[in-house]
Design a protein around this ligand. Structure first.
Ligand code: SAM
Length: 218
């Protein structure tokens, strides 16, 4: 069985269970048309994030890595009407595409897009209310720093999700590229930080073999 089977099963599950609406389908299409890389979460993963936000009763969400606003749209849809979300994106074109997609998805008024390198924009969030959920999905070499920021901007009970931690098994290579080094260092921190209770899960699907780590701040 190859990844073709995983993609077929993902399509089946998306059609039978997930039901992304037209705005979410169009968000992925328009991002591709604008030349953005197709590295957004799958619909099933996006809806998982939305349900996680609801399970956590999240009123404030932070995302690092917006791309075209696909995961952002799902997460924002997990917020109450008076909730809010901040999402950090380095590339202005990505932020522009995301803005249109978020407005069309009906959640634009809930989302503040901070354009710039996240390590430059995250300090501007200090001193505001803590976030209830943080989704980390940007440049993987900075994952340990993003995880530290997520903890700094959290409260006990905050949920932290770190994406793409398996990388087709590449995470096993201690001499891997900078993305693997950053992921390994972040996973080590996830498993040893005194304020985190963590797990990590492998996934297969439309995006191949990967996984995510999930923690709750204690
Ligand atoms: N979360 C998105 C989704 O699932 O729809 C996908 C995000 S994509 C994997 C990673 C994004 O992080 C890209 O849009 C990239 O431009 C952005 N990025 C890369 N380096 C960054 C940095 N230093 N600060 C903020 N964003 C960055």
């Amino acid at each position: 069985h190859g990844s073709g089977d995983w993609a077929d099963v993902d399509s089946y599950l998306t059609g039978v269970v997930v039901h992304p609406d037209e705005a979410l389908v169009a968000a992925v299409e328009d991002a591709a048309a604008a030349g953005l890389p197709p590295i957004e979460v799958s619909p099933g993963q996006g809806k998982f994030l939305m349900l996680l936000a609801r399970l956590a009763g999240a009123r404030r969400i932070l995302e690092i890595g917006t791309l075209g606003g696909f995961s952002t749209s799902w997460l924002a849809r997990g917020l109450p009407a008076d909730g809010s979300m901040v999402t950090c994106e380095y590339v202005p074109l990505h932020a522009e595409v995301a803005r249109k997609n978020l407005d069309r998805a009906g959640v634009g008024q809930l989302v503040d897009i901070r354009v710039g390198a996240a390590l430059d924009t995250l300090p501007g969030l200090e001193g505001s209310e803590p976030f209830d959920l943080v989704f980390i999905d940007a440049d993987k070499e900075n994952n340990p720093a993003y995880l530290e920021w997520a903890i700094r901007l959290s409260r006990p009970g905050t949920v932290i999700v770190l994406d793409n931690v398996v990388r087709y098994g590449g995470v096993l290579d201690p001499d891997g590229d900078s993305a693997i080094q950053g992921t390994r260092a972040a996973l080590k921190l996830m498993g040893s930080h005194p304020r985190l209770d963590s797990t990590a899960m492998q996934t297969v699907g439309a995006k191949g073999w990967d996984g995510f780590a999930l923690a709750i701040v204690t």
